[in-house]
Design a protein around this ligand. Structure first.
Ligand code: GLN
Length: 488
């Protein structure tokens, strides 16, 4: 492989500017590596070679003319396959959208293309982003590059695996309850969920609209900060996007964090299922922050233990409504034979959706039905407010919060696929940030006894992405975890 593929985007940008490599060469190398690993990894639903090479050519033309390059120009990137890119298939890893070709670009796609970022392909995911292990894809499973018998985490498993395997340098995922942070943790890379509304959701296939956010994956905090800058901003096509200026997040990465108040989330440090190696890594992380001059405080989030219950009412309620549009009429799969309209709807949906998606549509429809609405949906909304208030209280006394991203490391393929409840519990540490709309990220924090990566989760108050990147970067540079790459 071209050794440059293992480097960070920052280093690749330098090499492009110094003409050590052309953007076309770098893009071709990424495509070649992706193809050579695909059978082992299953990380991609489709490749978009022509689009990537067209973009790379434009980068080389600019370099030849001596023009300034936009941020991340020429850096190979993968899009999660629930984001629209004109001319590509956008399947959400569902049979119901298997042959759907995007007629429009997501706003984030326009921004990437505007910055001349070559989009190499569409990364595999759990069907409609529902899952924690990427085993719910209708097409194929994604394998963890650190150990091919293990899951990469989900739902953005393909996005995470492709960056960890150095197919691409950057990727985008979507995070509704942890789908960026969890696979980042399982694959030993950086994954970040921004504040709700920071990034436009226009053109992202909706799962649970009040929780969904698009965010970056990278192998360094600096690269993730730059990618967030590229995709952020107000969008009149998404009424929930925030009309606030975009920051240059990478500017303050090296700021001193002496005196920073770091809250350790008590409930996540003592939870029953916490693996010993993860607990050790957390103790080391706390020491690292102490050595950097931060002040460590234990913080309690009393309603955190309800977050999974709240989430599985709200997310399923929202998805039952969002997925009503897949009816065989307007787009996607339609059953070949039906006697009447009702049968066409029901057969299309029965044949097009996988088991997890159906389970959630049923749960959500039940929670919203008259007679149960007050007992479930309304109660969950009220509880969501309490979780949000826990964070508001905590952030009155601390600047950031830390915890493991997940109580365990990547598990074996198949280990939890027949037990949905066990799978849901994987997200205990991540879900509450979506309920509260705050930014969070996972950074590499060591390895377990089997050599599988461990992730440190860092959370910050709404719109304090700059603080989050600063604290994560300082942590990252105290260790060499980010330099250790999967041997694949
Ligand atoms: N694992 C969670 C779920 O299955 C979160 C998914 C996500 O963030 N998209 O819903």
């Amino acid at each position: 492989m071209n050794e440059l593929l293992r480097k960070s985007a920052a280093e690749q940008s330098k090499a492009l500017k110094n003409k050590e490599v052309s953007a076309v060469e770098l893009t071709k190398a990424a495509i070649e590596r992706t193809k050579s690993l695909e059978e082992k990894l299953g990380a991609f639903n489709s490749l978009t070679e022509d689009i990537a090479l067209d973009t790379a050519k434009k980068v080389d033309e600019k370099i030849a003319k001596g023009e300034e390059l936009p941020l991340l120009a020429g850096i190979p990137l993968a899009l999660k396959d629930n984001m629209n890119l004109v001319g590509s298939r956008t399947t959400a890893s569902s049979k119901i959208l298997e042959n759907f070709v995007s007629p429009f670009n997501a706003t984030i796609t326009d921004k990437l293309l505007g910055n001349l970022v070559p989009i190499i392909g569409k990364a595999n995911l759990d069907e409609f982003a529902m899952g924690s292990s990427n085993e719910n894809s209708a097409f194929k499973k994604v394998h963890n590059p650190w150990n091919l018998n293990k899951v990469p985490g989900g739902s953005s498993g393909g996005s995470a695996a492709s960056v960890a395997a150095c197919d691409v340098t950057l990727s985008l995922g979507s995070d509704t309850g942890g789908s960026i942070r969890l696979p980042a943790s399982f694959c030993g890379i950086v994954g970040m969920k921004p504040t709700y509304g920071r990034v436009s959701r226009y053109g992202l296939i909706a799962f649970a609209s009040s929780l969904d956010q698009i965010g970056p994956f990278a192998r360094t905090v600096e690269d993730a900060a730059n990618l967030l800058e590229v995709i952020s901003g107000h969008d009149e096509k998404d009424s929930t996007s925030l009309d606030l200026p975009v920051e240059h997040y990478a500017a303050n990465l090296n700021n001193d964090i002496k005196g920073l108040k770091v809250g350790v989330i008590k409930e996540l440090m003592s939870s029953e299922g916490l693996n010993d190696d993860v607990a050790n890594a957390m103790r080391n992380a706390i020491d690292t922050y102490k050595n950097l001059g931060a002040e460590i405080v234990e913080v309690s989030l009393p309603h955190l233990k309800y977050s999974i219950g709240i989430y599985y009412i709200l997310a399923t309620a929202e998805c039952s409504s969002n997925l009503a549009r897949f009816d065989g009429v307007r787009y996607g799969y339609r059953t070949p034979e039906a006697k009447n309209l009702m049968e066409m709807y029901t057969k299309t949906r029965a044949e097009g959706f996988g088991p997890e998606v159906k389970r959630r549509i049923m749960l959500g429809t039940y929670a919203l039905s008259s007679g149960y609405y007050d007992a479930y949906y309304k109660k969950a909304q009220q509880m969501r407010a309490l979780v949000t208030r826990d964070f508001e209280e905590a952030f009155k006394t601390v600047d950031i919060l830390i915890s493991p991203t997940c109580p365990n490391t990547a598990f074996d393929l198949g280990a939890k696929s027949s037990d949905p409840l066990a799978m849901y519990l994987t997200d205990i540490a991540t879900i509450s940030a979506n309920l509260a709309g705050i930014p969070g990220m996972s950074v590499p924090a060591g390895f377990d006894r089997d050599g599988m990566p461990i992730g440190l989760q860092i959370l910050a108050p709404q719109l304090k992405e700059g603080r989050l990147f600063n604290a994560a970067h300082k942590f990252e540079r105290e260790h060499d975890y980010y330099l250790q790459l999967a041997n694949i």
